[in-house]
Ligand binder design. Sequence first.
Ligand code: AGP
Length: 612
Amino acid sequence: MCGIVAYIGSREAYPILIKGLERLEYRGYDSAGVALLQSEIKVFKKSGKVQELKDYASKYDTSGNIGIGHTRWATHGEPNEVNAHPHFSSDNKIALIHNGIIENYAVLKEELVKRGYEFHSETDTEVLVHLIEEVQKNTKLSLFDAVRVALNEVTGAYAIVVLSEDNPQQLIAARKGSPLVIGMGKDEFFVASDATPIIEYTNNVVYVDDEEVVLIDLKDGLSIKTIANQEKTPYVQELEMKLETLEKGGYEHFMLKEIYEQPRSIYDSMRGRIDSKRGDIYLGGMLEYKNILTQANRIIFTACGTSWHAALVAEYLFEDIARVPVEVEYASEFRYRNPVINQGDVVIAISQSGETADTLAAIELAKQKGATVLGVCNVVGSSIPRATHAGAYTHAGPEIGVASTKAFTAQVTVLTQMALWLGYTKGTINQAKLARYLVELEAIPSKVEEALKTDVEVEKMARIIADSENALYLGRGYNFPVALEGALKLKEISYIHAEGYPAAEMKHGPIALIDENMPVVVLATKNAQYEKMISNIQEVKARKGKVFAIVTKGDVAVKEMADRWIEIPDCPEELSPLISSIPLQLLSYHVALMRGCNVDQPRNLAKSVTVE
Ligand code: AGP
């Protein structure tokens, strides 16, 4: 996704912009650019990485106290310098950067061309800056109001920042559907797509809401209006995120740091919420909807990617423990298929970033159809928590690696608490059973710590798998969603084509794939279907498949058959995804490294998919 950074204040803007763009690299991009206000606006743009922009700009004067910077993930027009942002008005006096998609840009462009505007790029963004220019020319409005009026003509998603030579004390920002945060410094302001470029300068931020336009004036401070011209009071939040949490903390990659943070992040996702002695769970954000949840005829989970796998675990948990019918929907399908949503249905959206466009759209659809919509999200103040009626934060801390790891286990931990809370509230489990589950849940962080100690063994397993072109991941029951998640981890960072499957499904086709070149990772921990899993392993071995097993510590039977195995601590089946997913995360990490892949920023991927 595109990344936006802007600065206005007393410091030199360029170093802040560049460092901010580097902090946003994880979002995925293919070109970068900055504009700085000197006597006139100076622009530096390069395709490729931020480093190439730095190398290029180093030969020039990059002074100035006001500037805007952008990393572009191409949606319209190929990744090159012409299409890189910022884009300019005809007189080069207005520069604009944009994250999102202007859906009606073709119609707008046609009208602007008729009015004599020349376009230099293939981007939808360039339409915006000429539209603002046209409005200002025809109305003599201030830049702030010209931006607002122009955005009324636009359909689609945008997060923009506008810099103008004629307004040297101002930046204008606006958003709809793409995230934008403003950092409030002392006599200085920062703007960015998320808080990571801002947090080292200030913890005080304002999250811009949809259809809001913001005037940032060095003298007068912040003014916010809706595009319908309604004044809004800026709501300043103090962020808990600390800069050091953003650094890699001594690990080679953010992904490895985040894998190893899981004992802590799982603990944090329970902190202040469970009391195993009294046998109680407190999910503050859900209390107001207690009756709606306990009387729900059905719960529909909607999410994308790894968050969808967490939703699948939730299906097993909620039906097993709280005896409520559950459906799990890919948000990208749910939003278009005109689903039946009845009064009394509860929709729960799951998202790490809180900005996934398909999930946001699914939420809006569910709300339009009358459902109560809750959210399970990791980023405080992001769009999904603000679009849902209530919810629970996962408190996993910033997840920078594109491949989601600690966010997944934090989501599953929160969903487990929700299922237990709902089951106890509905009476499908009694207090004694709840207390036993909570004691087991409190023991999970230390068991994850133990599972992380298998890293050396996992690395040996990775060495055998690293040259494969394909892989199968098999699991049953609670381990089936984990098999899907393990396969996604491997494919998204090592580019091996890996598939997750319910183990029992092998005989319905996939077993035709088994031969000596097919590594089969099996989740064979002690659970209700353990004996069945052994039969599935035998079927694979009979066809010369290589079996890599995740087993419960002390296992005998599977270890006699598997080519390699990893032993993890035992726990109740319902909690097993929190532990069995750990070696699979490590496996994908090591395989990706051995294949020379970019672990934190895998090709073609973005950390937050804010476009459709
Ligand atoms: C997971 O490793 C991927 N990066 C991706 O599938 C991700 O889970 C998906 O895009 C959903 O993102 P979200 O949780 O931020 O909504």
